[in-house]
Design a protein around this ligand. Sequence first.
Ligand code: SF4
Ligand code: SF4
Ligand code: FES
Length: 377
Amino acid sequence: MPEYALRLRRYDPQSGQGAYWEQFTVELDGHRSVLDAILKQRAERDGTIGIRCSCRSAICGSCGVRINDKPGLACHTHLDRAAQAGREGSQVIVVEPMGNMPVIKDLIVDMDAVHWKKIQRVTPWLINKQPIPEREYVVPKESMLDITQSMACIQCGACVSDCLSLEVDPLFIGPAQLAKAYRFVGDPRDAQHEQRLRELAEDPHGIYDCTHCWACIDACPKGVAPMSQIMRLRRLAGSDHQIEDANNGHRHELAFTNNIARNGLLAEADVLPDSYGGKLHPRAIGVLLASLPVILRALVRRKVTLRSALLHPHRGRFKDLSGLFDQIERRAERRELNLYITGYDSAEPAQVAGNGPAMVATGASPTRGAADEGEGR
Ligand code: SF4
Ligand code: SF4
Ligand code: FES
């Protein structure tokens, strides 16, 4: 029987001591999970180890931890794979509590204080359209397929653990929470799409607070791709409902994409004024003046030079890129793809009733690639 070395981060607030590391060895088959190893140690040698778990089948979302610096489910991580991914080839499996949430004890974090509290901010239930039908609502299949990805969330908190925006702005609503918001915004039975979108767009810690770092997509054990759901919310709010948010998020996105379409490569000096309506727009003048210290610091630290800022020597060299924008904008309808709706026809696809050309249900495995396809404009 192979042996595996586990290093746990221990912390007991009642002891009055700070956190510390403890290492032990367990004998188990490599296909057994990190959770199995921790539970074995707890049952046989140290009953004080704190870890939360229930289903042991990657369904309940209770056993979220960080393993070798990555968030995930302890019950869904094989010992042999975890050992291979040990820090600097050490084969030691390092397990610690999830990030961005206070630790209660050892590997148990306070999900109520962050995760569940923030879920409440997105009104996580359906608000019925009136009048309520006498029998069931009839919902188009393609609508339900569209939200299936966000419905796959098991609320494990892995994405919350590693969200970079949450790290710098603890008030950010959060990835799992915004994926949950899309679950209702995308549901045709919900009566408050526009109001939900407006609140999420106007909230300074809402949909425009995400920095597209991809950490939540990498972290999610269920392929929910929270960042893709956030981008969908943005497209619905900005492009479909023309919500001009007070955070300037939608105008900033437009300034960004128009800038690349125009120049082929981002002319960074134009992004800020364009986000506020152009250099001479009254809205832009105040912002530009307020940004002068940052601009000066960037010049002093040579992050930008006057020549590159004013002349943008790359302008026009990547003009061909603008063809991509034309190609996407000529499409008759926007394609919102996810794990279950991909842009590729499989050999014998099960066609979904409906008229969308991309509505092809496939047996696609939960890969990042399929989820990424949803990032079209
Ligand atoms: S992509 Fe956005 S929501 Fe996801 S982890 Fe990064 S900042 Fe957070
Ligand atoms: S979106 Fe994924 S990582 Fe985040 S809570 Fe849901 S299942 Fe867990
Ligand atoms: S114990 Fe339920 S998801 Fe791991």
